[in-house]
Design a protein around this ligand. Structure first.
Ligand code: FES
Length: 127
């Protein structure tokens, strides 16, 4: 795996240039979780794939700050929503807005990422 050091990219954190995973490791219409080194430290990040597009959110539910997956990297997905496995809060996959459940109106925290032409997914600057 290629890495980018902070000297190569001074505005990013030391691990921000490392690929989180490859696009083809996520089933189209599916999701996975990866650990990523963000500005605040290492966090679990949800990656949701729709074709060539990927949305990324912290794997932290705004209801009680628990992970949303029912097993590591396994998520409840239905009709373009992501459902927290703990108490059932339902989030739009496209913008992270909670549309039903105990934290309705709150958002998952988006994580800036980019998909490279070689199919690797990286944190974007500011992550
Ligand atoms: S922790 Fe997610 S709905 Fe309660």
């Amino acid at each position: 795996m290629d890495t980018v050091t902070s000297a190569d990219s001074p505005s990013e954190g030391p691990l921000s240039g490392r690929a989180l995973c490859r696009l083809d490791e996520i089933p189209d219409g599916g999701a996975t979780a990866v650990d990523a080194m963000l500005a605040d430290g290492e966090e679990s990040v949800i990656l949701l794939r729709h074709g060539e597009q990927v949305q990324a959110y912290l794997n932290i539910c705004p209801h009680t700050a628990r992970r949303l997956d029912y097993a590591p990297g396994k998520f409840l997905l239905k009709n373009n929503t992501l459902i927290c496995a703990v108490h059932g809060a339902t989030f739009n996959q496209t913008d992270g807005l909670c549309v039903a459940g105990p934290c309705r109106g709150e958002h998952l925290r988006m994580v800036p990422i980019r998909v490279e032409t070689d199919g690797t997914i990286h944190l974007a600057p500011g992550a």
